[in-house]
Design a protein around this ligand. Sequence first.
Ligand SMILES: NC(=O)c1ccc[n+]([C@@H]2O[C@H](COP(=O)([O-])OP(=O)(O)OC[C@H]3O[C@@H](n4cnc5c(N)ncnc54)[C@H](O)[C@@H]3O)[C@@H](O)[C@H]2O)c1
Length: 320
Amino acid sequence: MSRVLVTGGAGYIGGTTVALLLQRGFEVTVLDDCSTGHADSVPAGATFYQGSILDGDVVRKALAGCDAVIHFAAKSLVGESVEKPDLYRNNNIGGSQVLFDEMDGAGISRIVVSSSAATYGDSKVQPILETHKAHPTNPYGETKLAVDNLLTDLCAEENFAAISLRYFNVAGAMKIDSGWLTERHNPETHLIPNVLKATADKPLKIFGTDWDTKDGTCIRDYVHVVDLADAHLRALDALKAGAHEIINLGSGGGYSVREVVTTSSKVVGYEIPAVEVDRRAGDPAVLIASIEKAKSMLGWEPTRDLESMISDAYQSLTAV
Ligand SMILES: NC(=O)c1ccc[n+]([C@@H]2O[C@H](COP(=O)([O-])OP(=O)(O)OC[C@H]3O[C@@H](n4cnc5c(N)ncnc54)[C@H](O)[C@@H]3O)[C@@H](O)[C@H]2O)c1
């Protein structure tokens, strides 16, 4: 039986991937410092070490008996990364370096990593292909690109087998026996949970209605967290020694902010309170992933639509 180390497995996407791994018969070890994750989000059945990827000793212990790693552990708030770039460099790049060194020392060379659309920066050409020149516009995106570059070197020099999955926007939730695995970010910066939490006193802000898009609001690419987790398991199967692949994950289509609000109103059965305000500095009008490479290399495509993402997110929020 195969054992996988999941760093960041107490977080939103990591916890969901742990649950899917366990369902599919893998053994799982989780390493998470719970800086933004939650110990009670680690699904039962996983071996859990609470500690940091910056700590070589705990990484070594967590790697024992594993033959592959899925690496989610990172700080991921763009605004915070602008205020505290050194914290982001230390945690995301420095922590990954410790992890990779310990893997190398233990003879473990198979790894799937969370990368991000933030590595691309702005793009006039949509959908964005993996061959698009990476040009991050914030420290968070820079750290994700730096980790991808470390992996390219490790594959070339140490025969690692690596896949970086570049997610665009992730949404939805997963029901397991003990309840829902869902987004528990603080602060929450993602659109769908914030739409669902909007009230008459604190309405959702729609930033700009005069963009050059079909309904004037920004378009983003969302993928259901369970579809995303499934892509990680497929990536484990697709790893090849000496090769580092970068693969986008998204819907390949995209939804406008107004579509998200309208679909959410339908799901919850009342009109989501929303106000239209000016554009926000730095927002691109459209961000959509090309997912042709995910289709051809992983045999993956999303199976759950926007309504399913919102419905699962809503059920998870109202169940707590
Ligand atoms: N959620 C999205 O839409 C999205 C989009 C693109 C990329 N990503 C990437 O996906 C990954 C998971 O994101 P998420 O939304 O689940 O975030 P999350 O904050 O819920 O999960 C990240 C986990 O990593 C842990 N962690 C952070 N630093 C650590 C360290 N030094 N040692 C051990 N654990 C540490 C946190 O405690 C947390 O449990 C991140 O790498 C993020 O950059 C997320």
